[in-house]
Design a protein around this ligand. Structure first.
Ligand code: ZN
Length: 504
């Protein structure tokens, strides 16, 4: 098709049911873009999710097209979207799409684990609304994070789904290019059909890495099944690990296989992958160190190490302010330890008011949030920054980040240093430390509030063997014994021994 008109609309939010609701301000602060401005943003450095520029780049490279951007919004991981904000998004999307008709195709770059306070399947709602507006014959291709909770309703409304295959996520642009290629194929006349399987397998986040482990094995298997048009009919294979903390019946691992109109084959391939996943279900178990053991180990370690405060990961909806490890490290006088990013706007503001070199009494987590205690301690201000930077490695490479007013503080004369920020961010990027004067190569024990994305940012100093995940309090704990799930479709493996899968 010459110069196809491709509509673009997407909603990025990983919704943690245990976090405060996500507001319009949360989106506006990160990304709320409408209309043609999206095309300009996609072709320069911007706060758009990386798959949008990735999609534009591929579409631009392989032929003519007319982008018809409608709306793309993104918020940091947090609670479900306030319903009125979600409806505002839907109104803009629907009105924009209707006004843009006729379109030849639609691309939906969404995270896939959103929910709204009044709609547990917001991604399904976006897909079905889009289908209603464009009709049955316009191709719709979706990209999702692998931490997505896919519903059968969503898959039923679209033509193809492509999910990330790397965790830490470094393949957003590649997956968007894959989506663009599928879209071009469909515009040239190929029909697609998908099979979908939802497994009663709810994996803790720390078991979904793709370098090694059960999920890595599964993803690598899936990858070998995908065929170019000249090779065979399997067009896309998406094995999504899911995001348990959304706490919804649709949570769990899903397999979506899209073929070039071969429904029995799509079904066979999906079943084969689902059986592999199910056979491995008891490998999806987290192995976390207690806080005491972690601090003791750090105190006697011969080599530099990372302690990952995985439960308080802002990238999974955590607040970034639990004090369990910080207090224990201070009491142990764990000299040489560096903590980041501790989200404590009050302490950051006080540091900025007083200035570098000054001391004050800081209170960490004063409201005792996330099941964690408050922790008061004398601190000295070593360095102040505005918290703004551009990432250089891993998931933030080339992307702007903003920690808000930030400071490097030392706790008394303990040798324990902590970077405090004002806006929720996970420590995934070395520049977040370097901008505060920290030489990462000299850090003996780095304590990161991040679940896994730090691995791609700090791998030049810390091999996987030097990384230890800690069982502390927080809203995104992978220790499910700490989580009060309400809406998962129990029983689910591996936490419920009586979980069964009926093979469908
Ligand atoms: Zn993710």
């Amino acid at each position: 098709m010459h110069n196809p008109r491709v509509a673009i609309l997407g909603l990025h939010l990983e919704a943690n049911a245990f976090s405060p609701p996500t507001t319009e301000q949360d989106f506006k602060r990160l990304c709320w873009a409408e209309g043609l401005a999206i095309s300009d943003m996609a072709r320069s450095a911007s706060s758009l999710p990386s798959e949008v520029p990735g999609f534009y780049a591929r579409m631009d490279a392989v032929g003519s097209w007319t982008p018809v951007p409608i709306i793309v919004v993104a918020a940091p991981p947090g609670g479900p979207i306030e319903q009125l904000v979600f409806e505002k998004f839907l109104d803009v999307a629907a009105a924009g799409l209707r006004a843009a008709l006729p379109v030849d195709a639609v691309y939906i770059p969404s995270h896939g684990a959103s929910s709204a306070t009044g709609d547990p399947d917001s991604d399904g709602t976006v897909a079905t609304l889009t289908r209603q507006i464009v009709g049955p014959n316009v191709p719709i291709v979706v990209t999702h994070d692998l931490h997505c909770n896919v519903s059968e309703r969503m898959v039923g409304a679209i033509d193809a789904l492509v999910t990330y295959r790397t965790n830490p996520h470094v393949d957003m642009r590649a997956r968007a290019a894959e989506a663009a290629d599928l879209l071009r194929e469909m515009l040239a006349g190929t029909r697609m059909t998908s099979a979908f399987i939802h497994l009663p397998l709810v994996a803790p986040s720390v078991t979904l890495l793709t370098a090694a482990g059960p999920y890595a094995d599964l993803i690598h298997c899936a990858e070998t099944l995908i065929q170019a048009p000249s090779q065979g009919p399997v067009a896309a294979v998406s094995v999504a690990g899911g995001f348990a903390h959304s706490d919804l019946p649709k949570c769990g691992m899903t397999v979506t296989v899209t073929t070039r109109h071969d429904a029995p084959l799509a079904r066979r391939v999906a079943l084969d992958l689902a059986r592999r996943a199910w056979a491995d279900r008891n490998r999806y178990v987290s192995h976390l160190l207690s806080v005491d053991d972690a601090v003791r180990m750090a105190g006697s370690a011969a080599a530099p190490m990372i302690l990952a405060d995985v439960a308080d990961n802002p990238g999974g909806g955590g607040r970034g302010n639990t004090t369990d490890i910080l207090a224990a490290a201070y009491q142990a006088r764990l000299s040489g330890a560096v903590f980041g990013i501790f989200i404590e706007p009050g302490a950051a503001a006080e540091a900025h008011r007083l200035g570098e070199g000054k001391s004050f009494r800081a209170v960490f987590n004063p409201l005792r949030e996330s099941g964690s205690e408050d922790f008061a301690v004398g601190v000295k201000v070593l360095k102040l920054t505005d918290g703004r930077g551009v990432g250089r490695r891993g998931i933030l490479a080339g992307r702007a980040f903003n920690l808000g007013p930030s400071a490097l503080l030392e706790l008394d004369d303990s040798g324990v240093r902590v970077v405090v920020g004002s806006l929720r961010n996970q420590l995934s990027e070395p520049r977040m430390l370097e901008m505060h004067g920290i030489d990462v190569s000299e850090v003996r024990c780095l304590v990161v509030k991040s679940r896994g994305h730090f691995r791609a940012g700090f791998d030049e100093w810390f091999a996987p063997e030097a990384i230890h995940e800690v069982d502390a309090s927080g809203l995104a704990s992978p220790n499910f014994a700490r989580v009060s799930f309400q809406h998962l479709a129990r029983p689910v493996a591996p936490m419920d021994a009586d979980a069964v899968w009926n093979g469908n």
